[in-house]
Design a protein around this ligand. Sequence first.
Ligand SMILES: Nc1ncnc2c1ncn2[C@@H]1O[C@H](COP(=O)(O)OP(=O)(O)O)[C@@H](O)[C@H]1O
Ligand SMILES: [Mg+2]
Length: 250
Amino acid sequence: MTQDLILETRGLTKEFKGFAAVSDVNLRVQRGHIHALIGPNGAGKTTVFNLLTKFLQPSRGTITFNGHDISHEEPAQIARRGVIRSFQISATFGHMTAMENVRVALQRKLGTSFHFWRPEASLHGLNARALELLEAVDLASYARTLAAEMPYGRKRALEIATTLALDPELMLLDEPTQGMGHEDVDRVVELIRKVSANRTVLMVEHNLSVVETLSDRITVLQRGQILAEGGYAEVSQDPRVLEAYVGVEA
Ligand SMILES: Nc1ncnc2c1ncn2[C@@H]1O[C@H](COP(=O)(O)OP(=O)(O)O)[C@@H](O)[C@H]1O
Ligand SMILES: [Mg+2]
């Protein structure tokens, strides 16, 4: 089987004082996929994200992105390569309007790529691109609204817009629908589907119906290790997965 892997970890391990939060994880994410990372609380999902973006240093193992070993790179280098984590790196500023938030993100992207002479770096170009991004997440009508005054679900959409402004090749979403009501969940699902068209998405998501709707592939973590992997139909019927989830519910 030919696989075009955008991201691969080998033996990825993170120990906190001898406790392995992530243990020998071989994660393989195929380019163009929406790949979900699921598992009970404490399974190590957020730690994996922190390792991928180098907010944490791995204790052992390697991380390869687009064929480059990025295991020893700094968070900023990894972001420049196009690995962007939403809701952390791209948190929004409450005292700025939706438009200003997206513009700041666009300026950051231009700042790191040194293409300041390009036409899109002009004030007009920035505004036009910012508006395009707001339209892409269905927020054009909020352009002049302060982020702090936006409803919760819309604010998460703004966070996705600011992440998109950085033009990620691999977008990491940590619980994109967390704390949302049904309508906002549906909206964000559509949004993720739309923005994933020409990029790869790796997401941690607790809402299994969202996982079912969106994922091309799912990796299930338990106690820091990969428990199962596959499509939703396969993984959701795996007795070990059911037990892992039921075990936690009980
Ligand atoms: N900085 C840390 N120091 C010590 N233990 C940690 C730290 N971060 C996470 N852990 C532990 O690692 C395990 C995995 O945590 P986490 O990655 O947050 O899980 P998940 O996101 O799947 O709920 C948990 O047992 C957690 O308590
Ligand atoms: Mg977590």
